[in-house]
Design a protein around this ligand. Structure first.
Ligand SMILES: [Zn+2]
Length: 189
């Protein structure tokens, strides 16, 4: 559901995806209003450009996204590592673009960077934008995370020992989709 826009456009508080409501952002905002300090961790294969845009100028919600390098993948014009926030939000957006065909080891290496940032932020709850489309058999064929890899990803996230709110996102029809979700849920259990 992506379309091309003019390169160089700054992040905007809108989504370029197929969603009318940004559930992860709504959840994070509600948690913040309740006095918590939420971090959004987006593991969907696509960059969370809508989420980034919503919180780009804020320092009360940390946004972190692991995704396929947008230089050659949707959303194309957001998701670079240089996009770190603006104003008060500077340093509160972390993008970790990954090369095509990144396997479990490479993904986990980036995840450790993400989790270290979340810990440094002092988050007391993590909203996980749980896309499963980084799987090797996902129709997008962009990254190469395995089913076992999703279990490891979940275990590492759970290792921060913070409350987790999982928001299911991308993950397209493949025989492995149910197994991937099961592996993730088992991993955080
Ligand atoms: Zn996706």
């Amino acid at each position: 559901m992506c379309f091309r826009a003019r390169r160089g456009t700054v992040p905007l508080p809108i989504s370029r995806g197929g969603c009318f409501l940004n559930n992860a952002a709504i959840a994070a905002e509600r948690l913040r209003m309740a006095g918590l300090r939420p971090a959004i961790l987006d593991v969907d294969v696509h960059h969370g450009n809508g989420t980034q845009g919503i919180f780009y100028g804020r320092d009360d919600v940390l946004t972190v996204s692991l995704h396929a390098d947008p230089d050659r993948f949707c959303p194309f014009f957001w998701g670079g590592a240089q996009e770190r926030g603006e104003g008060r939000g500077m340093g509160h957006n972390l993008n970790l673009p990954l090369p095509r065909d990144t396997e479990d080891a490479g993904y986990l290496a980036a995840l450790y960077t993400a989790l270290a940032r979340i810990a440094a932020f002092g988050a007391d709850v993590i909203v996980v934008a749980l896309g499963l489309d980084a799987h090797i058999d996902d129709p997008f064929k962009c990254l190469a995370v395995t089913t076992e890899g999703f279990a490891r990803i979940a275990q590492e996230i759970a290792g921060l020992d913070l409350p987790l709110l999982l928001v299911q996102e991308g993950g397209y029809v493949s025989d492995a989709l149910a197994d991937n979700l099961t592996a993730f849920l088992d991993g955080v259990a």
